[in-house]
Write a protein that binds this ligand. Structure first.
Ligand SMILES: NC(=O)c1ccc[n+]([C@@H]2O[C@H](COP(=O)([O-])OP(=O)(O)OC[C@H]3O[C@@H](n4cnc5c(N)ncnc54)[C@H](O)[C@@H]3O)[C@@H](O)[C@H]2O)c1
Length: 320
Protein backbone atom coordinates (compact mmCIF):
# COMPACT_ATOMS: atom_id res chain seq x y z
CA UNK A 1 0.00 0.00 0.00
CA UNK A 2 1.23 3.50 -0.85
CA UNK A 3 -0.04 6.39 1.24
CA UNK A 4 0.32 10.05 0.39
CA UNK A 5 0.67 12.16 3.54
CA UNK A 6 0.39 15.88 2.94
CA UNK A 7 1.93 18.15 5.57
CA UNK A 8 4.49 15.40 6.30
CA UNK A 9 6.95 17.98 7.65
CA UNK A 10 4.30 19.22 10.06
CA UNK A 11 3.74 18.05 13.63
CA UNK A 12 0.95 15.51 13.10
CA UNK A 13 1.96 14.51 9.55
CA UNK A 14 5.51 13.73 10.65
CA UNK A 15 4.50 11.73 13.71
CA UNK A 16 1.90 9.79 11.74
CA UNK A 17 4.34 9.02 8.91
CA UNK A 18 6.87 7.76 11.45
CA UNK A 19 4.27 5.63 13.21
CA UNK A 20 3.05 4.02 9.97
CA UNK A 21 6.61 3.40 8.76
CA UNK A 22 7.41 1.69 12.07
CA UNK A 23 4.28 -0.37 12.43
CA UNK A 24 3.11 -1.30 8.91
CA UNK A 25 4.39 -2.28 5.50
CA UNK A 26 2.95 0.83 3.88
CA UNK A 27 5.16 3.01 1.73
CA UNK A 28 4.79 6.67 2.62
CA UNK A 29 5.06 9.49 0.12
CA UNK A 30 5.34 12.73 2.06
CA UNK A 31 4.73 16.15 0.59
CA UNK A 32 4.92 19.57 2.24
CA UNK A 33 5.37 23.13 1.04
CA UNK A 34 7.77 23.77 3.96
CA UNK A 35 6.19 27.16 4.54
CA UNK A 36 7.64 29.77 6.89
CA UNK A 37 4.81 29.86 9.44
CA UNK A 38 7.20 28.43 12.04
CA UNK A 39 10.79 27.13 12.13
CA UNK A 40 11.78 25.66 8.77
CA UNK A 41 14.69 23.96 10.52
CA UNK A 42 12.28 21.95 12.66
CA UNK A 43 10.35 20.89 9.53
CA UNK A 44 13.56 19.89 7.75
CA UNK A 45 14.76 17.96 10.80
CA UNK A 46 11.49 16.03 10.81
CA UNK A 47 11.98 15.11 7.15
CA UNK A 48 15.58 14.12 7.88
CA UNK A 49 14.28 11.78 10.57
CA UNK A 50 11.73 10.21 8.20
CA UNK A 51 14.33 9.83 5.46
CA UNK A 52 16.05 7.16 7.61
CA UNK A 53 13.26 4.82 6.45
CA UNK A 54 13.69 3.23 3.00
CA UNK A 55 9.92 3.14 2.54
CA UNK A 56 9.71 6.94 2.77
CA UNK A 57 10.06 9.48 -0.01
CA UNK A 58 9.57 13.24 0.10
CA UNK A 59 8.79 16.02 -2.32
CA UNK A 60 8.55 19.73 -1.51
CA UNK A 61 5.18 20.29 -3.12
CA UNK A 62 2.31 22.65 -2.47
CA UNK A 63 -1.07 20.91 -2.59
CA UNK A 64 -2.44 23.86 -4.55
CA UNK A 65 -0.01 23.08 -7.37
CA UNK A 66 -2.01 20.58 -9.44
CA UNK A 67 0.70 20.22 -12.08
CA UNK A 68 3.24 19.09 -9.49
CA UNK A 69 0.71 16.83 -7.76
CA UNK A 70 -0.08 15.23 -11.09
CA UNK A 71 3.60 14.38 -11.60
CA UNK A 72 3.61 12.47 -8.30
CA UNK A 73 0.37 10.62 -9.01
CA UNK A 74 1.61 9.60 -12.47
CA UNK A 75 4.74 7.96 -11.07
CA UNK A 76 3.51 6.51 -7.77
CA UNK A 77 0.61 4.14 -7.42
CA UNK A 78 -1.08 5.90 -4.51
CA UNK A 79 -3.91 4.07 -2.70
CA UNK A 80 -4.90 6.57 -0.03
CA UNK A 81 -4.47 10.26 0.81
CA UNK A 82 -4.12 11.67 4.34
CA UNK A 83 -4.42 15.45 4.19
CA UNK A 84 -2.64 17.07 7.11
CA UNK A 85 -1.31 20.01 5.12
CA UNK A 86 -2.96 23.24 6.12
CA UNK A 87 -2.37 26.70 7.37
CA UNK A 88 -2.94 26.21 11.09
CA UNK A 89 -3.09 28.79 13.86
CA UNK A 90 -6.32 30.34 15.08
CA UNK A 91 -4.73 33.69 15.96
CA UNK A 92 -2.76 33.89 12.68
CA UNK A 93 -6.08 33.61 10.84
CA UNK A 94 -6.87 37.19 11.91
CA UNK A 95 -3.60 38.41 10.36
CA UNK A 96 -3.49 36.47 7.10
CA UNK A 97 -6.97 35.17 6.20
CA UNK A 98 -6.01 34.57 2.55
CA UNK A 99 -3.53 31.82 3.59
CA UNK A 100 -6.45 29.88 5.06
CA UNK A 101 -8.62 30.22 1.99
CA UNK A 102 -5.79 29.21 -0.35
CA UNK A 103 -4.10 26.37 1.54
CA UNK A 104 -7.08 24.92 3.37
CA UNK A 105 -9.98 25.32 0.98
CA UNK A 106 -8.42 25.50 -2.47
CA UNK A 107 -5.71 23.03 -1.43
CA UNK A 108 -8.26 20.48 -0.25
CA UNK A 109 -10.25 20.82 -3.48
CA UNK A 110 -7.12 20.27 -5.50
CA UNK A 111 -6.49 16.96 -3.67
CA UNK A 112 -10.09 15.81 -4.15
CA UNK A 113 -9.85 16.59 -7.84
CA UNK A 114 -6.64 14.60 -8.33
CA UNK A 115 -7.99 11.76 -6.16
CA UNK A 116 -10.99 11.46 -8.45
CA UNK A 117 -8.82 11.51 -11.56
CA UNK A 118 -6.49 8.80 -10.24
CA UNK A 119 -9.23 6.62 -8.78
CA UNK A 120 -8.23 7.04 -5.12
CA UNK A 121 -10.87 5.44 -2.92
CA UNK A 122 -10.25 7.08 0.45
CA UNK A 123 -9.24 10.47 1.81
CA UNK A 124 -8.60 11.03 5.52
CA UNK A 125 -8.44 14.75 6.30
CA UNK A 126 -7.88 17.07 9.26
CA UNK A 127 -10.65 19.16 10.67
CA UNK A 128 -10.48 20.83 14.08
CA UNK A 129 -12.16 21.10 17.47
CA UNK A 130 -12.22 24.88 16.92
CA UNK A 131 -15.12 24.28 14.54
CA UNK A 132 -17.43 24.10 17.62
CA UNK A 133 -16.75 27.76 18.41
CA UNK A 134 -18.05 28.95 21.76
CA UNK A 135 -20.52 26.11 22.21
CA UNK A 136 -21.40 25.55 25.85
CA UNK A 137 -22.78 22.04 25.40
CA UNK A 138 -20.12 19.75 26.86
CA UNK A 139 -18.85 17.25 25.98
CA UNK A 140 -18.86 18.40 22.35
CA UNK A 141 -20.50 15.88 20.05
CA UNK A 142 -19.90 15.30 16.34
CA UNK A 143 -23.55 15.75 15.43
CA UNK A 144 -24.17 19.04 17.22
CA UNK A 145 -24.33 22.42 15.51
CA UNK A 146 -20.95 24.00 14.73
CA UNK A 147 -20.39 27.76 14.75
CA UNK A 148 -16.89 28.67 13.51
CA UNK A 149 -15.51 31.87 15.05
CA UNK A 150 -12.76 32.65 12.55
CA UNK A 151 -11.61 31.86 9.01
CA UNK A 152 -9.42 28.99 10.23
CA UNK A 153 -12.38 27.14 11.76
CA UNK A 154 -14.57 28.13 8.83
CA UNK A 155 -12.05 26.61 6.40
CA UNK A 156 -12.39 23.34 8.35
CA UNK A 157 -16.19 23.49 8.22
CA UNK A 158 -16.00 24.06 4.48
CA UNK A 159 -13.63 21.06 4.20
CA UNK A 160 -16.21 18.91 5.98
CA UNK A 161 -18.97 20.16 3.69
CA UNK A 162 -16.84 19.56 0.59
CA UNK A 163 -16.15 16.03 1.80
CA UNK A 164 -19.86 15.44 2.30
CA UNK A 165 -20.73 16.64 -1.21
CA UNK A 166 -17.90 14.79 -2.99
CA UNK A 167 -18.45 11.57 -1.03
CA UNK A 168 -21.76 11.42 -2.88
CA UNK A 169 -20.56 12.74 -6.23
CA UNK A 170 -17.40 10.62 -6.53
CA UNK A 171 -16.49 7.08 -5.56
CA UNK A 172 -14.32 8.31 -2.66
CA UNK A 173 -14.88 7.72 1.04
CA UNK A 174 -13.93 10.54 3.39
CA UNK A 175 -12.91 10.49 7.05
CA UNK A 176 -12.75 13.86 8.85
CA UNK A 177 -10.76 14.21 12.08
CA UNK A 178 -11.61 16.96 14.54
CA UNK A 179 -8.33 17.15 16.45
CA UNK A 180 -8.40 18.57 20.00
CA UNK A 181 -5.13 20.26 21.10
CA UNK A 182 -2.65 17.57 20.07
CA UNK A 183 0.67 17.75 21.92
CA UNK A 184 3.83 15.69 22.23
CA UNK A 185 7.31 15.19 20.85
CA UNK A 186 8.26 17.26 17.77
CA UNK A 187 5.41 19.61 18.77
CA UNK A 188 4.47 22.90 17.16
CA UNK A 189 6.46 25.89 18.46
CA UNK A 190 3.46 28.19 17.94
CA UNK A 191 1.29 26.26 20.42
CA UNK A 192 0.89 26.72 24.18
CA UNK A 193 2.98 23.80 25.39
CA UNK A 194 6.10 24.37 23.29
CA UNK A 195 5.91 28.12 23.93
CA UNK A 196 5.74 27.50 27.65
CA UNK A 197 8.69 25.08 27.56
CA UNK A 198 10.72 27.52 25.45
CA UNK A 199 10.13 30.22 28.04
CA UNK A 200 10.88 27.80 30.90
CA UNK A 201 14.40 27.21 29.62
CA UNK A 202 15.13 30.65 28.16
CA UNK A 203 14.49 33.70 30.36
CA UNK A 204 14.65 35.97 27.31
CA UNK A 205 11.44 34.43 25.92
CA UNK A 206 8.29 35.97 27.40
CA UNK A 207 5.32 33.70 27.96
CA UNK A 208 1.90 35.29 27.48
CA UNK A 209 -0.89 33.51 29.32
CA UNK A 210 -4.07 34.30 27.44
CA UNK A 211 -7.41 34.74 29.20
CA UNK A 212 -5.46 34.86 32.50
CA UNK A 213 -5.04 31.06 32.26
CA UNK A 214 -8.77 30.34 32.39
CA UNK A 215 -8.70 28.36 29.16
CA UNK A 216 -9.54 24.67 29.33
CA UNK A 217 -8.31 22.25 26.68
CA UNK A 218 -8.92 18.58 25.94
CA UNK A 219 -5.22 17.75 25.51
CA UNK A 220 -4.62 14.73 23.27
CA UNK A 221 -1.29 12.95 23.11
CA UNK A 222 0.19 12.64 19.61
CA UNK A 223 0.82 8.87 19.73
CA UNK A 224 -2.84 8.23 20.63
CA UNK A 225 -3.88 10.31 17.60
CA UNK A 226 -1.46 8.34 15.36
CA UNK A 227 -2.79 4.98 16.60
CA UNK A 228 -6.35 6.07 15.87
CA UNK A 229 -5.51 7.33 12.37
CA UNK A 230 -3.64 4.10 11.63
CA UNK A 231 -6.76 2.08 12.54
CA UNK A 232 -8.81 4.30 10.24
CA UNK A 233 -6.31 3.71 7.44
CA UNK A 234 -6.54 -0.06 7.64
CA UNK A 235 -10.19 -0.53 8.58
CA UNK A 236 -12.26 -2.63 6.23
CA UNK A 237 -15.48 -0.96 7.39
CA UNK A 238 -17.46 0.74 4.68
CA UNK A 239 -17.42 4.52 4.99
CA UNK A 240 -19.06 7.20 2.89
CA UNK A 241 -18.21 10.19 5.03
CA UNK A 242 -17.61 10.04 8.77
CA UNK A 243 -16.40 12.76 11.11
CA UNK A 244 -14.74 11.89 14.43
CA UNK A 245 -13.61 13.86 17.45
CA UNK A 246 -10.00 12.96 18.20
CA UNK A 247 -9.75 13.81 21.88
CA UNK A 248 -8.91 12.26 25.23
CA UNK A 249 -12.19 13.41 26.84
CA UNK A 250 -10.14 14.72 29.74
CA UNK A 251 -10.17 18.54 29.78
CA UNK A 252 -7.60 20.41 31.86
CA UNK A 253 -7.23 24.06 32.88
CA UNK A 254 -4.07 25.66 31.49
CA UNK A 255 -3.05 26.78 34.99
CA UNK A 256 -3.08 23.13 36.11
CA UNK A 257 -1.02 22.06 33.11
CA UNK A 258 1.48 24.80 33.93
CA UNK A 259 1.86 23.45 37.48
CA UNK A 260 2.54 19.97 36.10
CA UNK A 261 5.15 21.28 33.64
CA UNK A 262 6.84 23.34 36.38
CA UNK A 263 7.11 20.19 38.48
CA UNK A 264 8.77 18.31 35.60
CA UNK A 265 11.16 21.09 34.60
CA UNK A 266 11.74 22.45 38.10
CA UNK A 267 11.35 25.92 36.51
CA UNK A 268 8.83 28.67 37.00
CA UNK A 269 8.90 31.20 34.16
CA UNK A 270 7.24 34.60 34.62
CA UNK A 271 3.67 34.64 33.33
CA UNK A 272 2.57 37.71 31.37
CA UNK A 273 -1.18 37.40 31.86
CA UNK A 274 -3.49 38.99 29.31
CA UNK A 275 -7.15 39.04 28.34
CA UNK A 276 -8.97 36.60 26.09
CA UNK A 277 -7.70 36.85 22.50
CA UNK A 278 -10.33 37.54 19.86
CA UNK A 279 -10.10 34.28 17.90
CA UNK A 280 -9.74 31.92 20.88
CA UNK A 281 -12.41 29.68 22.33
CA UNK A 282 -12.44 29.38 26.11
CA UNK A 283 -13.03 25.68 26.50
CA UNK A 284 -12.79 22.49 24.47
CA UNK A 285 -13.98 19.16 25.75
CA UNK A 286 -15.09 16.49 23.33
CA UNK A 287 -16.68 13.11 23.66
CA UNK A 288 -14.69 10.28 22.07
CA UNK A 289 -17.50 7.72 22.17
CA UNK A 290 -17.97 7.68 18.39
CA UNK A 291 -14.32 6.95 17.51
CA UNK A 292 -14.07 4.35 20.29
CA UNK A 293 -17.10 2.47 19.10
CA UNK A 294 -15.90 2.66 15.48
CA UNK A 295 -12.34 1.37 15.92
CA UNK A 296 -12.77 -0.75 19.03
CA UNK A 297 -11.47 0.17 22.43
CA UNK A 298 -8.72 2.74 22.45
CA UNK A 299 -6.90 3.83 25.57
CA UNK A 300 -5.59 7.35 26.02
CA UNK A 301 -2.27 8.38 27.53
CA UNK A 302 -2.59 10.33 30.78
CA UNK A 303 -1.50 13.97 30.65
CA UNK A 304 1.18 13.22 33.27
CA UNK A 305 2.77 10.52 31.10
CA UNK A 306 2.42 12.53 27.88
CA UNK A 307 3.97 15.61 29.48
CA UNK A 308 6.92 13.63 30.80
CA UNK A 309 7.77 12.36 27.30
CA UNK A 310 7.24 15.83 25.80
CA UNK A 311 9.56 17.56 28.27
CA UNK A 312 12.25 14.90 27.74
CA UNK A 313 11.99 15.31 23.97
CA UNK A 314 12.17 19.11 24.27
CA UNK A 315 15.37 18.96 26.34
CA UNK A 316 16.94 16.48 23.94
CA UNK A 317 16.01 18.30 20.71
CA UNK A 318 16.91 21.78 21.93
CA UNK A 319 20.07 20.44 23.65
CA UNK A 320 19.19 21.61 27.17
N1 LIG B 1 -1.99 20.18 16.29
C1 LIG B 1 -3.24 20.34 16.73
O1 LIG B 1 -3.51 20.36 17.93
C2 LIG B 1 -4.38 20.48 15.74
C3 LIG B 1 -5.66 20.74 16.27
C4 LIG B 1 -6.72 20.86 15.39
C5 LIG B 1 -6.51 20.69 14.03
N2 LIG B 1 -5.27 20.45 13.55
C6 LIG B 1 -5.11 20.29 12.10
O2 LIG B 1 -4.32 19.15 11.82
C7 LIG B 1 -3.52 19.38 10.65
C8 LIG B 1 -2.05 19.19 10.98
O3 LIG B 1 -1.71 20.12 11.99
P1 LIG B 1 -0.27 20.25 12.60
O4 LIG B 1 -0.43 20.56 14.04
O5 LIG B 1 0.58 19.10 12.18
O6 LIG B 1 0.21 21.60 11.86
P2 LIG B 1 1.64 21.96 11.20
O7 LIG B 1 1.59 23.41 10.87
O8 LIG B 1 2.74 21.47 12.06
O9 LIG B 1 1.64 21.09 9.87
C9 LIG B 1 1.06 21.49 8.66
C10 LIG B 1 2.09 21.34 7.55
O10 LIG B 1 1.46 21.63 6.32
C11 LIG B 1 2.35 22.34 5.49
N3 LIG B 1 1.54 23.09 4.52
C12 LIG B 1 0.77 24.19 4.75
N4 LIG B 1 0.15 24.56 3.61
C13 LIG B 1 0.52 23.65 2.66
C14 LIG B 1 0.21 23.49 1.27
N5 LIG B 1 -0.60 24.34 0.64
N6 LIG B 1 0.78 22.45 0.60
C15 LIG B 1 1.62 21.59 1.23
N7 LIG B 1 1.96 21.71 2.52
C16 LIG B 1 1.42 22.73 3.23
C17 LIG B 1 3.15 23.22 6.45
O11 LIG B 1 4.41 23.56 5.91
C18 LIG B 1 3.27 22.32 7.68
O12 LIG B 1 4.49 21.60 7.68
C19 LIG B 1 -3.89 20.78 10.17
O13 LIG B 1 -4.94 20.71 9.25
C20 LIG B 1 -4.40 21.45 11.42
O14 LIG B 1 -5.29 22.52 11.13
C21 LIG B 1 -4.19 20.35 14.38
Amino acid sequence: MQILITGAAGFIGFNLAKYLLRTSNAKIIGIDSLNNYYSKKLKKDRIKELSKFKKFSFSQTNIINKRKLEKIFKIKKINLIINLAAQAGVRYSLEKPSEFVDNNIQGFYSLIDIANKYNIKKIIYASSSSIYGDSKKFPLKENQNVIPKNIYSLSKKINEEMAEVFSRQYDISFVGLRFFTVYGEWGRPDMFMMKYLASSYDKKINFYLNNYGKHTRDFTYILDACKIISKLVFTKKKINHEIFNICSNNPKKLTDVIKKINFLTQKKPKLFKRKLQQADVVKTHGTNKKIKSFIGNQSFTSLDDGLKITVEWFKHYYKI
